[in-house]
Design a protein around this ligand. Sequence first.
Ligand code: ADP
Ligand code: GLC
Length: 492
Amino acid sequence: MKIAFASAEVFPFAKTGGLGDVLGALPKALAALGCDIKVFLPKYSIVDHSKFDLSYNYSIGEITIRVAGNCHPVNVYHSTLPNSKVEVYFIDCPYYFNRPKIYTSDPDEDERFILFSKAVIESLQHLRWKPDVIHCNDWQTGLIPLYLKDNYRWDELFFRNTATVMTIHNIAYQGRFPKSTMYKAEINPELFYLDSPIEFWGDISFLKTGLMYSDVINTVSNTYAEEITMDDKGGGLSGVLRYRINDFYGILNGVDYAVWNPALDKMLPHLYSPEDLSGKLENKRFLHHQYNLSFANDKPLIGMVSRLVPLKGFDLFASCVKELMSLNANWVFLGTGDSRYEDLLRSLTYVYPGKVFAYTGFNDELSHLIEAASDIFLMPSQFEPCGLNQIYSLKYATLPIVHKTGGLADTVIDWDEASHQGKLTGNGFSFVHYNAEALLKTVRRAIDKYHQKDIWNQMMQNAMSCNFSWEESAKKYIDLYKKAIINRKNGN
Ligand code: ADP
Ligand code: GLC
């Protein structure tokens, strides 16, 4: 099966969060199952050229893409995903992608991804490589299914058998733009009317467009798939998902255990495994020493690695921060995002010297060290489509505390809840009601368990033995692609 992926992020080239991780791993898992894959992403100026070997793609050559009435020269470079033969294609258009960040709030954000979407399609044409499926990810690629069915219909001979899959990594981000974006994108104006497949409250939504025109849709966990079909959790698109319910699936993300494994992790000063956890304690000591925290064996270290936005639970965290800081634990934070939360975390380091360390920026190496050195990982997201950090935490024997929602509910088993049912399968802690009282109670409960060494050791073993490798999920994606191909054939 031939699959083309389109995404705004692909690890290790460009990443702000889990989308990048998924695109760095799922294509490799599919290739291992025999699929032929090409991955497309924009060639941002932040892609580190000194680290990656990018070659100019002469088969494609220079192409011209029109956006908002202007013609832009586009060139394409290629490379491979590390330790694999999976080909990655970088869409180069400096006018749109030479900016300090992957996502911007510039007024032409719509144009950047219109260009990208068209360039993916035209690159495929120039390569004469007919994919069975184009796998679109998030709103940045939401126009592709419409383009194939309308703007590029003239090339039906080429795309007749190409189906599309739209994956929702987070329904909170929808690519909503004013109606005028329709003209910039060269979308047929007849497609815009009240409640039409592209219209959203008088605007145009790239995500809704993708959901309406793709052959199948999925999101990244079963619980989140159920949640977002409900009116209060679907960000205004639950009706669309209910309309397409027969083509809508949940597939849990996996983990690339070649990157996230404490027994192999090149970013850690000390390696460890379920058989010998001594390296974990050494990492904890190392982090304390490195960042001037006062180490005590009986004091747990609580870590957070996150985009700093309310959806990740920072509103809740902020509302009870004093009580949290009064607990007998040290804290380490890594995050970037809303300035109010960056300010809050930095201020904690001044108010609680020796107890709190915060790094407000993006730092891949530190994210691995925090996973390894912490005893507890806090992830109180209000909503979480899948969440990868809690799954990494399990592998690193860093017991997660989560709000029981989305993918967090599908991966973390609360110790007390499980043991009340006579099962000793718990691998973390969760709370059901999204409020400060529940969060505090659960953090206290976790600290309490930390001191009960037998239970804690068992929980660490339970956590490390969980297997969320990509292989199973990749098989489910192959089934999903087959469904998309059937839908395409049937002309749905
Ligand atoms: P989301 O995609 O919603 O941000 P996930 O849990 O799925 O959440 O994935 C987050 C990914 O981004 C993880 O790999 C995490 O380590 C990484 N990450 C988040 N913030 C930072 C940061 N400031 N520095 C380094 N890595 C980060
Ligand atoms: C999004 C979600 C996160 C998910 C990631 C990868 O960023 O917020 O929950 O793990 O995508 O699918």
